[in-house]
Design a protein around this ligand. Structure first.
Ligand code: 13P
Length: 256
């Protein structure tokens, strides 16, 4: 049984003061959560303000939005996995489509980051997904296969339970245009079949695959009821503590 994982990707939003205020409201809204894992992924500068959050609420983990593959050295502007671990960060987004399209990340750099994160004891949330042009040209499976294979190259099967994949079709990110639950399920089931082919069935069964792209309280329940959808990576709707709390409530409803 895969525990559902809901992550709030704040992207380049919320200062440390705003982050602290978010958490206060959010904790008041959600109360106790037992059956789903929650990850808050603030910008680097707001991580210290949230570093102790798991002490107050053990079901909440801290994430980061990026990591460099080297341990230390002359890499101006970069942050290492060890630095994140020192701030109690547990998860790290790798290869988000904005990193790929705006900052030149490739399957190869994604793969180096996944390796470095695992080596340091961080859990990667590796993001994949096709563009609109790729979907319209019938290339969804080809793109997803390439991204999964390239990103996880050389990673041992026994790391699979520490890795989360996030399927985020680029055309659904920040557009208000969500994939239908059927479209998302089809992609997730395909991704799981690729994992079974590249690793083995038990690894494929263990890995959690989140959906991301215009997730809102209103569309959460239908998405989360699909068998291969193991959570959500939420952008815009996670900036409001009440709407992120509603997304968690809607997910919990599907477990009853
Ligand atoms: P939106 O939820 O704003 O569409 O963003 C999705 C996303 O990119 C999460 O990583």
């Amino acid at each position: 049984m895969r525990k559902k994982i809901l992550a709030a990707n704040w992207k380049m939003n919320l200062t440390q003061v705003e982050a602290a205020s978010f958490v206060q409201t959010f904790l008041g809204e959600i109360g106790e959560v037992n059956d789903v894992e929650i990850v808050i992924v603030p910008p680097f500068t707001s991580i210290p303000a949230l570093a102790q959050i798991s002490e107050k609420a053990p079901f909440i983990r801290l994430g980061a939005q990026n990591v460099h593959w080297e341990r230390s050295g002359a890499y101006t502007g970069e942050i290492s996995a060890t630095m994140l671990r020192a701030l109690f960060v547990k998860y790290v987004l790798i290869g988000h489509s904005e990193r790929r399209s705006l900052f030149g990340e490739t399957d190869e750099t994604v793969n180096r980051k996944v390796s470095a994160a695992l080596e340091a004891g961080l859990r990667p949330i590796m993001c994949i997904g096709e563009s609109l042009a790729e979907r319209e040209s019938g290339l969804v499976e080809k793109v997803l296969h390439r991204q999964v294979e390239g990103g996880l190259k050389g990673i041992a099967a026994d790391h699979m339970s520490e890795i989360v994949l996030a399927y985020e079709p680029v055309w659904a990110i920040g557009t208000g245009r969500t994939a239908t639950p059927e479209q998302a399920e089809e992609a997730h089931a395909f991704i799981r079949s690729v994992l079974a082919e590249l690793f083995d069935q038990s690894s494929a069964d263990r890995i959690r695959i989140q959906y991301g792209g215009s997730v809102k309280p209103e569309n959460t329940e239908d998405l989360m009821r699909k068998p291969d959808i193991d959570g959500a990576l939420v952008g815009g709707a996670s900036l409001d503590p009440r709407s992120f709390a509603q997304i968690i409530r809607a997910t919990e409803k599907t477990l009853k």
